[in-house]
Design a protein around this ligand. Structure first.
Ligand code: XMP
Length: 315
């Protein structure tokens, strides 16, 4: 009979064998895959370094949440704050492909720069990622392999210095394994978050101000989804900031302020997606709170586009 405990123990045994005393470098994002991977390596009792890169494109309180999440499971992580570097490099850039390229390349530079030497690299690749890389927890796929320079990872791979302990598992199996490893429910049911972060949810130029509006609106939306029980019924949900100003009224004057678009989708594998029929009350509460409290926003929209033809993210 299948037992998850036996399965976990087999995986730990296999990891110890494969690692054979070498130091393992592991990039963590706080997402499900890289968290399960990091805890698994930790429980295997091997030599390990976990690096979390803050690229300045994270959601509200995300860095603190990730640090707390790892403290809770007892796995030490190193936080590299590279936000000034990323925001500097993105200054004035509006082309979506260019934005992705800058973020992807800088991410690898910062990550490997922090690591200084690599004996073994562990990636949280899952079975479906072997076929499609969109939502994987691996560094290469985080930045969409076909768009970016991943030579360093490729080099390591060819040298047999990349391990992918989760490569035979599906998402639900990773969650089951995570639960068996004692990882809290909340961490195992986080929505996927793209490698380039809020950059793909802030079409146009990235500025600190525009990031702040996006973060505030997104945090309100997440709170309302959790409160109403809809967070775990959706695959992914977020607020994006549109690159337009629209007319509104403020007191007895016309104002030109920004528009927020909310998106909530269900999906099996991110290849196709459908928008979620959220209750009007959830949308109304979210909209009211955003309009009342997020500076510079006077309009809130709900995205009712399926994928295809739209993608899940804006860029
Ligand atoms: P799209 O927007 O292509 O997104 O429909 C499909 C899924 O992939 C995520 N996504 C990414 N994930 N690095 C990632 O790790 C990326 O560059 C990236 N771009 C999009 C997106 O959030 C959705 O879950």
């Amino acid at each position: 009979k299948f037992s998850i405990t036996d399965f976990k123990n087999q995986m730990l045994e296999q990891i110890r064998k494969e690692v054979a005393g070498r130091e393992v470098l592991c990039g963590v994002s706080g997402g499900v895959d890289s968290t399960v991977l990091a805890v698994l390596l930790h429980k295997a009792g091997i030599k390990q370094r976990c690096i979390f890169v803050d690229h300045g494109l994270l959601r509200k309180h995300e860095r603190e949440d990730v640090v707390a999440q790892f403290a809770e499971v007892g796995v030490p992580i190193e936080v590299v704050d590279a936000s000034a570097q990323f925001l500097g490099a993105l200054k004035g850039v509006t082309d979506p492909e260019q934005k992705r390229k800058i973020i992807g390349n800088l991410f690898l530079d910062v990550f490997f720069g922090a690591a200084d030497h690599v004996e073994l690299l562990a990636q949280g690749t899952l079975y479906p990622d072997v076929i499609e890389s969109a939502t994987s927890g691996s560094i290469a796929s985080k930045i969409k392999t076909h768009h970016n320079r991943v030579d360093r990872v490729m080099e390591l791979k060819e040298a047999g210095r990349v391990i992918e302990p989760l490569a035979e598992l599906f998402k639900d199996e990773v969650r089951a394994l995570g639960a068996e490893l004692g990882i809290p429910h909340r961490a195992l049911w986080r929505h996927p978050f793209p490698g380039p972060g809020l950059a793909v949810r802030v079409p146009g130029e990235i500025t600190e101000e525009r990031l702040t509006s996006t973060r505030e609106a997104d945090a309100i939306f997440m709170e309302e989804l959790r409160k109403s029980g809809w967070y775990e019924k959706t695959w992914q949900a977020y607020a994006a900031l549109l690159p337009v100003k629209t007319v509104g009224v403020k007191g007895d004057e016309r104002s030109y302020e920004q528009a927020i678009s909310l998106r909530a989708v269900i999906s099996e594998d991110a290849m196709t997606a459908d928008w979620v029929e959220l209750p009007y009350q959830v949308l109304r509460n979210t909209s009211n709170r955003i309009l009342n409290s997020v500076k510079g926003v006077n309009r809130v929209l709900y995205d009712i586009s399926t994928k295809p033809p739209a993608s899940i993210e804006w860029e």
